[in-house]
Design a protein around this ligand. Structure first.
Ligand code: MN
Length: 371
């Protein structure tokens, strides 16, 4: 199946792609406007102080970002869905999964009542104010992760609001790893609902774990370890085997680590066989290829990755509008990543895998910002 292509004014053709990793920026007062005051004052809150924007959660300072950084990741389309369609058209992106920005900090809250209230407020705001503007936006419902009953209640509410994709923190809450049996009713409910569950890199863990030399690179690399831990916990505990309809999406962790994770898990399964409990009916890599997706923006090794995994577990994401993403150079990033890759494989990874998992309308040959 060929990608739908469009000829630009310069005569070059480009293919529309779908992004499985994009972010909305919530209004500054999203919590104040909806939560009771006693909870709202403890919700994630950004305040400008001099040259810095300070992020507070429950009274604690979590980040101190330079204003130049916070401005760079907030083009008008981050907040405004109509302006966002202009940006998507410019970049050649058709549909996108819409993840939170401030909502990604909610899993750092340790009070179950506050987490549940913040998730509910975010899901209701996104469904009411942002998603109705275009079917090209596919919202992700954020679920509270401290308590399974709270997660189940929010899942039910989210389905009623029209969501068909869910979000959990990439790093499981302290003392509640994802192979803990208390999660089981949620896995069953997600599988029954046919709702893929996403784990976005960087969520659920402290963003600054190292303040020494090299901290910027070290801390960025650190966001990637919980993604791997979570994947191993869920597959090794037999959760994907028990729930064949459950699908996991690891967002913004890159994709080229997937083959080495397959090797690592299969080596244990095969060569530590006597220790492996629960028993699995197939090597872990088989569950991964069948029921897991991973998104990347820039991976240079994507061609070699697809050689090992096939196209099914790999998806592309722009990470709009963040600095790690491709905003402003999406088509160049795609050309670089997919140089020498078979066009059908490229179509699967950039477009079709997304449509099969999340739905969304087919691209039109000539899009407009009013689409
Ligand atoms: Mn992202």
């Amino acid at each position: 199946m060929a990608a739908l292509q469009e000829r630009s004014a310069t005569g070059a053709t480009r293919a529309w792609v779908n992004s499985a990793d994009s972010h909305v920026l919530e209004p500054d007062d999203i919590w104040d406007a909806t939560l009771p005051e006693r909870l709202a004052k403890r919700a994630p809150r950004a305040e400008r102080e001099g040259e810095r924007e300070i992020l507070y959660i429950d009274g604690e300072v979590v980040r101190r970002d330079p204003i130049a950084y916070t401005e760079a990741i907030r083009p008008p389309g981050a907040r405004d869905p109509r302006q966002r369609l202009v940006d998507l058209d410019q970049e050649g992106i058709w549909c996108e999964l819409v993840f939170p920005s401030r909502g990604l900090w909610v899993p750092l809250i340790r009070d179950p009542e506050l987490v549940a209230a913040c998730c509910r407020a975010y899901n209701e705001w996104l469904a009411a104010e942002f998603l109705p503007v275009s079917p090209r936006f596919i919202g992700v419902a954020t679920l509270p992760a401290l308590d399974t009953d709270d997660a189940l209640a929010e899942l039910t509410r989210s389905i009623d609001l029209g969501y068909r994709v869910a979000l959990l923190p990439a790093a499981a809450p302290p003392g509640r790893p994802y192979n803990d049996p208390t999660w089981e009713p949620l896995w069953a409910a997600l599988a029954d609902a046919g709702m893929p569950v996403c784990f976005h890199a960087g969520s659920g863990s402290d963003p600054i774990v190292n303040r020494g030399p090299g901290g910027a690179i070290i801390n960025y690399v650190e966001t990637f370890f919980p993604v791997q831990r979570t994947l191993a916990q869920i597959i090794a505990a037999g959760i994907l085997e028990r729930h064949e309809q459950l699908h996991l999406v690891f967002v913004e962790g890159g994709a080229s680590w997937i083959p080495s994770m397959m090797d690592r898990m299969d080596e244990a399964y095969r060569q530590h066989d006597m220790f492996v409990h629960p028993r699995l009916s197939a090597p872990p890599s088989e569950f991964l290829v069948r029921q897991v997706s991973a998104t990347f923006q820039h991976d240079l090794a994507i061609r070699a990755t697809i050689d090992v995994t096939g196209p099914d577990p790999i998806m592309w994401g722009s990470d709009y509008p963040h600095l790690e993403g491709t905003f402003g150079h999406t088509q160049a990033a795609l050309e670089q990543a997919f140089a020498g890759v078979d066009p059908d494989l490229r179509f699967a990874v950039t477009t079709d895998n997304f449509t099969k998992l999340f739905g969304g309308p087919a691209p039109r040959a000539h899009a407009g910002a009013d689409s």
